[in-house]
Structures are given as C-alpha cells and as structure tokens.
Design a protein around this ligand. Sequence first.
Ligand code: PLP
Length: 703
Amino acid sequence: MATAKPTSSIASRIDSLAHNLWWSWNPDAQRLFAALDPQLWHATRNNPIRTLKLLSPERRKLIESDPRFAAEVDRVERLLRDYLDSPTWATRKKKLANKTVAYFCSEYAIHECMQQYSGGLGVLAGDHIKSVSDLGVPLVGVGLLYRRGYYTQEFASDGSTRVIYPELDFADLPITDTGKVGSVRIGTVDVKFKIWKQSVGRAALYLMDTDLPDNDSVTRQLTHHLYGRDSTGHERDYRIRQEFLLGVGGLIMLEKVGIKPDVCHLNEGHAAFNALERLARTIKSGKSIIDAIASVRHSTVFTTHTPVPAGNDRFDPELALKYIGHYAKACKMSESDLLALGREDPTDAKEPFCMTVLALKLADHCNGVAALHGEVSRSMWMKTYGVTDPNDVPIGSITNGIHSETWLAPEARPFYAKHLKPKWNGAGPEHDPWKAIDKVPDAELWNLRNLLRAKLIHGIRQRLLEAIARGIGPVEHYARAYQTFDPHTLTIGFARRFATYKRAPLVFRDAKRLAKILGNDKRPVQIVFAGKAHPADLGGQGFAAQIYKHASEAGFAGRVAIIEDYDMAVGRLLTSGSDVWLNNPLRPQEASGTSGMKPPLHGGLNFSILDGWWPEAFDQTNGWSIGGKQFKDQDKQDDYDAKSIYTILEKEIVPAFYERNRAGIPTDWLKRMRRSMQTVCQQFSTGRMVADYVNDYYSPASK
Ligand SMILES: *Cc1c(COP(=O)(O)O)cnc(C)c1O
C-alpha cells in the first residue's frame, strides 16, 4: 500500500514496483529487491514489501543515498514500462477485442510470498494469469484472499509432520486495497467483503476478504482457510459457503469494480454457483428458461481438473438447498429440478449435489487438462449426459502448460540470452526459441546443467541446516547436512503434493535394490524429495514420514534428502537442478501434472508413468516412460511399476549419465537434453495454452 513517504524516495519507488507482480518473473527486479537486504529477503519468503518494512535504519539510509541504487531503480522501472507498453499478440491478432473474460479459481500461486495456493491448481491458475498478461488477453482473475492461507510444513524428529498456518497481514503483501466493498447473501447471512486488487503485469486479480468488523465472527473466518474449516468445525458447510462466495460474490465483486464479463471461465467446479446465479439473472431479465440456459451455457467455459472422486465436490442435498434453495424460485423450477442440475442421475433423489456436474450442465465449453484426461473425463461423465458412448460426451481437452519465465532459473538467463535469444516480451505462442538449442556447443550446455545441479545441492544443504537449527536435536546433525549429496552425482528430483495416488515412496518398495543403485561407488545416484500432505490426509502424512525415515537410514544417508516444506521456491529449486524428474502416479489419476514441464527448461529429463501430459510429449528420445501394464490390484501395480523404475535406472539412465567422452561429456545424455527442451518447452507452456483457450473457447463463447 502506498505510504506517506515522499514519492521521490527510493523506498517508495521500490514499493511501487513491488505492487506489480511482474517482478515475480523478472530476475532484474528480484535482484534489486534482494539487494535491499539479502537475509531479510530470504527470511520473508522473498517478499519485497516486508523486506522494505523491516530494513534497519542504517540500511535504509544507505539505500536512499547510494547512487547505484537509484540507477538500478531507474533501470527496473524502465523494464516494467517497456513490458507494459510493448504490443501484444492479442492486440496484433485482434483477439477478444472489446470483450472481457472473468476467470474464477479458488487458489492462485503467483509467488511464494503470497501463500494463497495448495498445489497444481493454483500453480496453473497463477501461470495462466501471467501468460494472459504476456499475450495481452482481456481477462481478469477472481478469487478469495485467505488470511491464514495455506500451511508451512515442518518435521518432528520421528518424521511426523507439523503444520503451521500463517497469519498474514495484508498490508505486507503486494496487493492494493481498492477501497471498495461488496455484499452477498449466503443462506441467511449478508456477507460483506472487502475488494483487493493484485496487479500481475497487464493483468489483474480481484480478491474477496470477509474478515471485516461488520461481519459476525463465523463469517469473518470465511476467507481464513484454503480447503479448511472454521471454528464451527463443519467442513462441508464451510466449503459450500466459500464456493458460494467465490462464484456468486465474485460476480458482485466484478460489478463493484465496473467489470461486466462476456465470458466466465470456471477453473474447476468450485465456482460453479456462478453459472446458477447468471441463470437466475438471465431469467429475471425476461428470457425463457430454455433461452436463459442456452445463453449461460454459451458464455461459460469450464475446466475440470481431476478424475479423483474426492476432488469433485459433492454436497448433501439438504446442505445444498440451505444455500441454493432460493434459486428454485428465481429459476422458475422445482427444488428437485434444481438439485437435478447437480446430479448425474436427475431422477435419483438421494444423489448428492456435485459441483462438477453443475458446471458440466451449464457450460458449452468443457475441457480436461491433457488429451488422456479429456478421454478419461468423457468416460467418467457419460451418465451426466445420458449417453453410453464416451465419444458423445462433449468434453474436449486443452493440455496444461507452465509460465516459462516464472520457472526459469535466473542463473540460466545469460545462457538463454546468448544462445536462444528468446523474445519473452510481446511474442506470440508461435515464437519457439528452443529450436535453436541444437546450435549450442555440448560443453556449454553441460556446464549449465552442472551449475544448476550445484545450485540445487547448495540449496538442499542450506535448507537442511535451517531445519536442523530450528529443531531440537543433537548438534552432530549439523555435520550431516554437509555430507548430503554430491555435485557431480546423477540427481533425481520428486516434488508434488503427497496425495496418495502420486505414490511418493514407491521408489523405496524394494529398499535393498534401491540402496544398491544409489550406493554404487563409481556411478552413484541421489534423490531429493519435497511435498506436503493435506493435514486431513493421514495416508499422505504417512508417506512424508516414511521418506523422512529412509533419508537417515544407513543405506540411504547422504543420498536421499527430503525438504521440509514445498512452495514455489522449493519447486523452482528442484525442477531447475534435477537431472531426472521422477513421476509415478497411479494411472490414470494424474490429470496433467505440470511439475514435469519445468525441468526441461533446464535440460532435465522426465522419467514418468505415461499419465497426464506425458503420453503427449514422450517420444522415446526425450526421457523415459515407467511401466506400461495396468493391474486391478494396487499391490501388483506397485510391484510392477517399482521394478520398471529399477530396471530403467540400472540399464538406461545411470549408464547414459555416466558414459562420457574424452572431454568428460555425456554425449548421449546431451542429445536427450536437447530433445527434451525442443519437444516440451514451447508445446507445454502457458503461452501456447492460453492461446488455445482464446482460440478454441473464449472467442466462440464471447460471440
Ligand atoms: C509445479 C508445482 C505444482 C504442480 O505439480 P504437479 O506435478 O501437478 O503435482 C505444485 N506445487 C508447486 C509448488 C509447484 O511448483
């Protein structure tokens, strides 16, 4: 927030820069913020506003008087202006001229200092917004602003996990108070919300916050937790009220800030009440029910994100009616017809009300997040459409991507600038700088890989030391941190939420065989894990504990590490440093899995079950596929897949990494690195993905 400092002061100019999250993918801006005070920058999760606030008076004085600081602020301000002023793909191609798309999502991962995300859905939404900014697409994001956000995870010495919820002071975050408030009736309560804005390059997110003195104490908690509960303890009741706020309150919020969306994109079913509210409004404006449904459907885009049943929100009919019952009258239908909008079988009065079904029934433009996930979704939702052939289910697919600049290590930027000359700014989705990777000399590409691996190992040790310093335990543990990992060893990374279907500990299934692979003196291997389990997911918590214990066992000590927490910073560290990215979900439960799209930016190779996005990308030359057969019995599946992992490691991955020419370069490995970069980086970027959404869905839906 703007403070009363004179506008010319360096601190207030840095504060202004910090309020456009463009810096979250610009290394020059980040470098400037870090220079304020590197330790504070690290301690605040790289939060420029908190760093500024906590600066010592001496440091503040120095910054205000050092001409080099002033020159650097000038330069970064110019970079931001250049970014904002450059012509964009959407304007050049006249995409969505005079139209507005509203994008609804329950979580956004824009930067680690905003603890407003839990995992892949948030990361995808954050990357979507950033590419919307790059491409100049007229889209605004809608969400909730969580005061207690998502938790940080720490380990106790037995491997059990402890969760710590942040208590965010919104004045410390790179967001702006719009000064506007809105109000939405949820059940019998008038819920007031404050409207915050977060600028992300050219794009913006509007966020609702109900923690206001005007609301009662239960309502104040409505925006405290992401996927949690309030003090009443009713998780389902909390969830449905949050979803009502997101979908319906979100629409009211947009009116308050003067935005009238032409298209609403419901990113996951959480916001599906939005379509119901628009239906009621359209009927109120005088349209017949049939016309109103057609009009809402035409202008609604819905993306489903998971085939896992628990990921598709369902509510008891009574609970649903408590909050949406009034729509029966508003939409001129009976309560059972209303509930039928959320039922796969409209005649089954016992069936719960499902948000995914509601969204599918009220959106013409529906998609899964990878080709395989589209196929799985078509089979999964046949009943909803009353058909028996999956091909008759109108769910398409747009494969996810990542925002390349966000995930690109700053240390790789000079290499990119020299060899690939990417035009990040103003380029369209057809611009593909990775094609040129063939021209880069082997030695330079290999140097980059070695540098990023060394950085990863430094980062792992640093985080281990911090965890040891924070924990209660023997002082000998300090030495252990320095014995962890080696910068020349083949390094495998695994980082994702510890949802059970992702099978984080699978590689330990035959611990002896794994120990033999990792412990080979001439050709050693090391594996780093990171991940969080939801506090209510005991299976996932157990996974974290298992890996934690393995990391200190004799056969694995120094070769297996687990990082305490998992956020965007840890994600960047692991995906940029790892040589191999391991992914072994139970097929076909991984809808997309975007983490595997990040290592190829740095020459990392995927080693993955053919699930989610990987069947589209894998071509034998750019990584490896695990398993292939599917079993009904999970025990058999785990055995089979684990064996496949060991065999490929022993026969292919380890030899290819350690097979060197006279200059010490693994030429076969480098061929694969180049193929990985060429086949993944452009195709699986959000630049390509957002352009697909514009062309295939937003443009037709806006007409
Ligand atoms: C990339 C990323 C994800 C998504 O990874 P999946 O492979 O989809 O599980 C989740 N969390 C963080 C912090 C990430 O960086």
